[in-house]
Every structure is written in structure tokens, then in C-alpha cells.
Design a protein around this ligand. Structure first.
Ligand SMILES: Cc1cc2nc3c(=O)[nH]c(=O)nc-3n(C[C@H](O)[C@H](O)[C@H](O)COP(=O)(O)OP(=O)(O)OC[C@H]3O[C@@H](n4cnc5c(N)ncnc54)[C@H](O)[C@@H]3O)c2cc1C
Length: 471
């Protein structure tokens, strides 16, 4: 929302002060340009705001924050705008600070295995650069072509590889952060072992732009395993697919990816892609895609025997194996087209990103099916099965103001209630933003929330940084 409570001259003064910091070409008020920055990937939502600023370094970010603090102007930090919980939406108007010009990879230390980069570097660009030097950053969200590394840190993003390698949090060694007062701090040190003082680095990981603006990121890197294959298995029931996931966990071997595609996601995406697709046929209700990555050929063969054996026990058809890049792409094609398929043809959906204990994988999905059937809603679920983090998309073909819209809200509430009552978490990787914040009081006690709010207040007493998010 644009802030009309303040005069034209107030906003002109703000524009002039911000232009003195960044140069007038990087301070924008043209409504057509601002429009794109008023939305992200959340439910087609859009919010108007007053000024877009594109700083070129941490010092400029600091000066912007100082001015906004003085004038009490809300600031929304923005990375690639790929968020799906509305974190980058400027819901209180004011200033959007886009980090897109902070796009330099500053240093790669091969021996110590870390990279220092500015927060506006596109995820895929960072991954490609470190791989050119024989290193590997395994937490690559599917949005890597346009998400920024600062946004990934702010959301504690995950990836299909998180079941083996963890989430962004496990790779952040150190952060340069501009605090809401304008002070610039480093949170840690560029070392993998660090027991020095309070862990401020992890305070900022997943903080969704409410505690500070991240300007530089230091990521730990690993060596990429030399041998990889993909396995695709088809199942006649989702229960069998879930049994296979649990059996993989019990085998003691952890693949680099175990991704599930549920029945509705399979149907919608197959129709969207058309043409022949592997294991898309009558009677196949679910897919599991398993990625194996090992250092040696022998280890890979052992992994294929172990995991392949488990899959064969529950699968309806022989397991498909992809070894070449082309074969692997063919097997992954449907999984990586789900997002585009679900958004096609004017469809919208409410993205539920719940994480549940693995033992409840099937009970959770059975509950989701039961609840959505009760409200006559379609539900498409898919994603990170071995993490217990399935993206559960409640399809919203209806006008949200109608009775059907109210039913969808009821169904969504019931799904969250089940997960929270059974030890789950509201978000596995997409964060809280504005979309999921109403459920925070169900997850946490009043004391927990009061502590979190007091931390926010200490850092940001005037509540200027991404106000209205998370709490
Ligand atoms: C097709 C698609 C696939 C996706 N796949 C995945 C996936 O595999 N895994 C996953 O975890 N997520 C995924 N996402 C969600 C999204 O891409 C991630 O949340 C991503 O990390 C957001 O990064 P961004 O740069 O786009 O951040 P934005 O959307 O711009 O911002 C997200 C939040 O971070 C804050 N923020 C951004 N930059 C900074 C900064 N420098 N300092 C402080 N705060 C900041 C914003 O204020 C906002 O609250 C997907 C989204 C889409 C649309």
C-alpha cells in the first residue's frame, strides 16, 4: 500500500536524501517499474509502495537504513523475489531495498573451501562459479535461476539434496549484516569450527529480513562426489511409496535426493507436458525419484544395490536408471515441471510447506487426502520425502471470497492443526513471511513468541525493517 498519510514533500525529501546516497538512477518512483517489485511468487499478491532503492554496497545500505530509521519509513529487503510466503512483499509501503546490484563473487578459497559473495549473487551463478574451481555448493533451491544467495540465507532455503547435505544453515560460516540502526557487523568468522560467543550467524539465518539486511555471505563448500545416478520408481499406491521412503531410511544409507510425486501432481503435470513420460501410465499413482552421489564407482554400485533393492520391494514396475545427463534429465523432467504445471491454465494454489516427523509421512498424507476430500478440494503434493517436507498444494480454482474459498481456508487450517499437534513444523524451507504467520501462535507458546519479539525490538526498536512479517 502506498503511504498517502505523508505529504508529497515528505516523499520528495526522502527521494533526495536516498539519491544523495546511491545516485538518482538507483532511486526509482515510476509506478510501472515499481509494480514488479511489489510482488513475489505468492498467490498473485501485489502491494504498492513508495520508493525503490538499488544500493551498490554495504555502506550505501547502511546509509539508506539510517535515513529510513530517522524518517520512520518501513523498509522491505528484496532478493530475487522468488519467495512463496510473501516475505518480500512491501505490505506497509515505504521503501523496497533491492539487493540486485550487490552481485559480486569476491573470493573463493579453494584450500579452506569457502566462498565470499555479495548477497545479490544469483544462486545458479554462485554454484557454477564454485564448480569451475572443483568445489560444490549442494543446497541449490529449484528457484536457483533467479533466487539470490542473500534471500536463501534469509529463508534458510532447502533443496532436493537437503536429506543428505542439510539446508542453507549448515553452510553459512559468516555474514556481513546491516542492522536496522545502520551499523555494519560481521556475525562470525570464515572457519568451519567456531565456538566464539553467541551464534549471531544462525540468528540471521532464516530471519526473513526482519532483523537486518544481509550484504555478504560466506558459504562453506564441499567436493562434488564424482559419480551420480538417478533412479525412478513407480507405485500403485501412495502408501507403498511412503513405505519405500521409510525403508530407505532404515537401510542406513542416505541418498542425495528422495523426491516424491503424489497422484494429483502426477496427473496435472503429465497433462501439462503431454507426450510420453517415463512411468506415466494407468495404475501408477506415485513416483519416487532417488538421486545417488558417491565418490567412487564401487560406492555408487553399493548404493544402487541397497536403495534399488528397497525400491524394488514396493514398486509396481522395474526401476528406471539414469546414468547420462540426458537420461537423468528425462527422469527428472516431470518432477521439475510441477511448479509450472500447477500454475498453468489460471490455476492457483495455497502452498503448505509443513515438515513432519518421517514416521508420520503416510498418516500425514492420508489426513491431507481426508481433509481435502471433505471440502471437495483437489490437493497436489510432492517434494522432499526423506525430509518429511512435502509441498502440499491445496488447489484454489475458486474465487476466494465464495463459500468454496472459505472451505479452502478451513481445509488449510485443519492440515496445519494436524501437523502441529503431531510434532510437525509450519515451514520446512519456505519461511513464514505474511502467509503463514497466523499459525505461529499454534506452534509456539506465548513466552516463545514474546522472546522472539523482544529480540526483534532490541535490534529494530522503531520496527522499520520488514514490518508485519513472521510475528
Ligand atoms: C519455482 C520455485 C521453486 C522454488 N524452490 C525452492 C526450493 O527448492 N527450496 C526452497 O527452500 N525454496 C524454494 N522456493 C522458494 C524461494 O525461491 C526461496 O525462498 C528463496 O530462498 C528466496 O530467495 P529470493 O532471493 O528470491 O528472496 P526474496 O523472495 O526476494 O525474499 C525472501 C525473504 O528474504 C528477505 N531477504 C531477501 N534478501 C535479503 C537480504 N539480503 N537480507 C535480508 N533479508 C533478505 C526478504 O525480505 C523476504 O523476507 C522456490 C520458489 C519458486 C517460485
Amino acid at each position: 500500500m502506498r503511504d498517502s498519510s505523508r505529504s508529497v514533500s515528505f516523499w520528495q525529501q526522502a527521494v533526495d536524501l536516498l539519491s544523495d546516497i546511491c545516485g538518482s538512477t538507483h532511486v526509482l518512483t515510476d509506478t510501472d517499474i515499481l509494480y514488479t517489485y511489489g510482488q513475489d511468487e505468492t498467490l498473485g499478491l501485489h502491494f504498492g509502495f513508495d520508493i525503490l532503492v538499488k544500493p551498490g554496497n554495504a555502506e550505501e545500505v547502511s546509509s539508506i537504513v539510517k535515513i529510513c530509521n530517522e524518517l520512520r519509513i518501513p523498509i522491505t529487503p528484496r532478493g530475487g523475489g522468488s519467495g512463496v510466503t510473501g516475505g518480500a512483499l512491501p505490505i506497509k509501503g515505504g521503501v523496497v531495498v533491492s539487493l540486485e546490484r550487490l552481485n559480486r563473487i569476491i573470493h573463493i578459497d579453494e584450500l579452506s573451501s569457502y566462498v565470499i559473495a555479495e548477497s545479490g549473487v544469483v544462486t545458479a551463478a554462485l554454484c557454477e562459479r564454485v564448480e569451475q574451481q572443483g568445489l560444490y555448493f549442494p543446497v541449490q533451491p529449484s528457484s536457483k535461476a533467479y533466487s539470490f544467495i542473500g534471500g536463501n540465507v534469509a529463508e534458510n532455503a532447502g533443496s532436493i539434496h537437503s536429506c543428505r547435505y542439510g539446508t542453507t544453515a549448515q553452510y553459512v560460516l559468516n555474514l556481513e549484516v546491516v542492522l536496522p540502526t545502520g551499523a555494519i557487523i560481521w556475525t562470525g568468522a570464515n572457519v568451519p569450527k567456531n565456538a566464539t560467543g553467541l551464534n549471531l550467524t544462525q540468528l540471521f539465518v532464516g530471519s526473513e529480513g526482519v532483523l537486518g539486511i544481509i550484504t555478504k555471505v560466506v558459504y562453506r563448500l564441499i567436493r562434488r562426489p564424482a559419480h551420480e545416478v538417478t533412479l525412478l520408481a513407480g507405485f500403485t499406491t501412495i502408501e507403498d511409496a511412503c513405505k519405500a521412503v521409510l525403508a530407505i531410511r532404515q537401510s542406513g544409507f542416505t541418498p542425495a535426493a528422495v523426491e516424491m510425486v503424489g497422484p494429483e501432481a502426477l496427473r496435472i503435470t503429465a497433462a501439462y507436458l503431454s507426450g510420453p513420460l517415463p512411468l506415466v501410465k494407468q495404475g501408477i499413482e506415485a513416483h519416487l525419484l532417488v538421486g545417488l552421489q558417491e565418490d567412487t564407482e564401487n560406492a555408487l554400485l553399493h548404493a544402487m544395490e541397497t536403495v534399488g533393492g528397497v525400491l524394488e520391494k514396493y514398486a509396481a514396475e522395474p526401476i528406471l536408471v539414469g546414468t547420462t545427463t540426458l537420461e537423468k534429465e528425462r527422469l527428472w523432467k516431470l518432477r521439475f515441471s510441477i511448479g509450472a504445471a500447477l500454475s498453468s491454465g489460471g490455476r492457483t494454489y495455497r502452498d503448505i510447506d509443513i515438515s513432519i516427523p518421517l514416521s508420520l509421512l503416510y498418516p500425514y498424507l492420508a489426513k491431507v487426502e481426508e481433509i481435502t476430500a471433505r471440502y471437495q478440494l483437489a490437493v497436489a503434493y510432492f517434494g522432499h520425502a526423506l525430509d518429511g517436507n512435502l509441498h502440499t498444494m491445496v488447489m484454489l480454482d475458486q474465487d476466494l471470497d465464495t463459500e468454496a474459498g472459505a472451505n479452502a481456508a478451513q481445509a488449510v487450517n485443519s492440515i496445519y492443526a494436524y501437523a502441529i499437534a503431531n510434532g510437525g513444523a509450519i515451514s520446512g524451507e519456505h519461511g513464514i513471511g505474511m502467509l503463514q504467520k497466523e499459525f505461529m501462535k499454534n506452534q509456539f507458546s506465548a513466552d516463545h513468541l514474546a522472546l522472539a519479539k523482544s529480540i526483534k525490538h532490541v535490534l529494530d526498536p522503531n520496527d522499520i525493517l520488514n514490518p508485519g512479517k513472521i510475528f
